[in-house]
Design a protein around this ligand. Structure first.
Ligand SMILES: Nc1ncnc2c1ncn2[C@@H]1O[C@H](COP(=O)(O)OP(=O)(O)OP(=O)(O)O)[C@@H](O)[C@H]1O
Length: 460
């Protein structure tokens, strides 16, 4: 029997009791004990609906930030919150619910209330899904932007499209790497072939080999028939390997063989199959660093990096921000028969001032939310949930402007040098100690993989 699937994130609430109610109501429950686990499940299952059960107190600020990150990057999922009555009075909780949740349930948690609320949110998400897909899968010619940086990207992509060599697309999350890959595919001689996208970081390690290369019947428990892998499915077209830096070393060997010889072997057989598939890889990681750390094979790195394109962050394409916001407002508004006909003057000001750490994906999500939330003709900063963040920065003092410029210069130089502190210090003409001090001052501490954390910090 087909079962509706729901991800249940335990934030200290009554998850187990709720899960029992849902299972009895015919739902397939996928529990997650942390926001990171929820993120993995959401990537893997893309469920229409997810539930967060909160404890009586709001989680720590850092947990809330991680949760917000998950909520913000999964707007196609309808979120329902389960909230203890006391917590509902907290302004932070109210803001969280208003920003991201389609519905909330408060005590007493009656089974019929839970099933009704979750069922309704699921139904609405199904209806929305049809509209959303039309927008999300923007055709290649809808790669918007007239800035010099975007014109340069278009030139590079056109050149890449003329060749069959592998391409690596780099750039921060949400900058349009997949759209760039689609653009190369659509302009190539193989545009009529399939375009198959695989997120290497989202598929569990034990499944990815069979997913990419296919398997034959009996290869492992549960393999009750032969299965074509994604590389073969993209025959005559393009395979887009997103988050290539997450591929295990073992699989890197198999991929290298495919790139060198054009042959694959399905799991459970040693019979080579020739496949003509063009590979475009993408990553937001610094692959050179991964090679130096022994996490990524050098030979594969060079094989993939024959051609490359870098997607600029949105904050470096200031000329495009308003154009993108207007285009998505029009699109979402016409799809939903929304009231919103444009942005208010203040909304445009905060749109231009916001640093867009989540790049175009964040902009798309905020505009989509604004179209839903707005009950006026003109979208306000509050509809975009940018009122507290940016209006408070206006008007800016000279000190604030200096600090913003300093942070921007530091971030650019770090990115340019592959996050090498010594090189950044040389670039900016200061000591390494100063760089460390400035990184701390601006919240640009590096994590284990060397990526400045502020890139993913919504409040940066
Ligand atoms: N130039 C553009 N014009 C219009 N929409 C864009 C443009 N670039 C990106 N988008 C939109 O922004 C969203 C994110 O784009 P995309 O998925 O290609 O980014 P990404 O860099 O691959 O993200 P991630 O690293 O998280 O996988 C999509 O909805 C996409 O349609």
């Amino acid at each position: 029997m087909y079962q509706r699937e729901i991800v249940c994130l335990d934030c200290g609430g009554a998850t187990q009791a709720i899960a029992r109610v849902l299972v009895d109501g015919g739902w397939r429950v996928r529990p997650a004990s942390s926001a990171d686990e929820a993120r993995r499940l959401l990537d893997e299952l893309a469920p229409r609906i997810a539930l967060v059960a909160f404890a009586a107190a709001l989680p720590d600020a850092s947990d809330v930030r991680t949760l917000e990150d998950v909520l913000e990057t999964n707007t196609r999922t309808a979120w329902v919150a389960l909230v203890e009555p006391g917590l509902l009075e907290s302004p932070a909780m109210q803001r969280l619910i208003a920003s991201y949740f389609r519905d909330y349930i408060s005590a007493p948690f009656l089974p019929e209330t839970i099933l009704q609320s979750v069922g309704h949110a699921y139904g609405m998400a199904t209806i929305d899904g049809v509209a959303y897909q039309t927008v999300a899968a923007a055709p290649a010619d809808e790669m918007l932007g007239q800035s010099a940086a975007m014109e340069n990207v278009r030139r590079v992509l056109r050149k890449c499209a003329r060749s069959r060599a592998p391409v690596t697309v780099t750039g921060e999350s949400g900058t349009g790497k997949e759209l760039a890959a689609r653009s190369i595919h659509h302009q190539s001689a193989h545009a009529t072939g399939p375009f198959i996208a695989v997120n290497c970081g989202a598929i569990p390690a034990n499944l990815i080999q069979a997913e990419l290369f296919g398997h034959c019947r009996g290869a492992f428990t549960g393999a009750d028939r032969d299965k074509i892998g994604r590389i073969e499915a993209a025959r005559g077209g393009t395979l887009f390997l997103d988050e290539i830096g997450d591929l295990s070393l073992g699989l890197q060997v198999n991929l290298l063989r495919f790139l060198q010889e054009g042959v694959i072997e399905k799991v459970g057989t040693h019979r080579p199959i020739s496949v003509d598939t063009r590979v475009i890889a993408a990553t937001h990681k610094n692959l050179e660093k991964a090679v130096a750390a022994g996490e990524f094979r050098e030979d594969l790195y060079y094989r993939l990096n024959v051609l490359w394109a870098e997607m600029p962050p949105l904050r470096e394409r200031a000329d495009d921000i308003e154009l993108l916001a207007q285009a998505y407002l029009e699109r979402f508004s016409s799809l939903r028969n929304g009231r919103a006909a444009g942005f208010s003057r203040q909304a445009l000001a905060v749109i231009k001032a916001h640093p867009w750490p989540g790049n175009i994906r964040e902009l798309v999500n905020r505009v989509q939310r604004a179209v839903v939330m707005s009950d006026r003709r003109l979208v306000t900063p509050a509809d975009l949930d940018l009122d507290r963040r940016c209006i408070s920065r206006n008007p800016q003092t000279l000190e604030q402007v200096r600090a913003a410029a300093e942070k921007d210069a530091l971030r650019r130089s770090l990115r340019h040098s592959g996050h090498n502190v010594a090189e950044t210090a040389r670039d900016l003409g200061v000591s390494r100690l100063t760089i460390y001090r400035l990184m701390e001052k601006h919240g640009l501490q590096q994590n284990a993989s060397g990526v400045p954390l502020a890139c993913t910090n919504r409040n940066a």
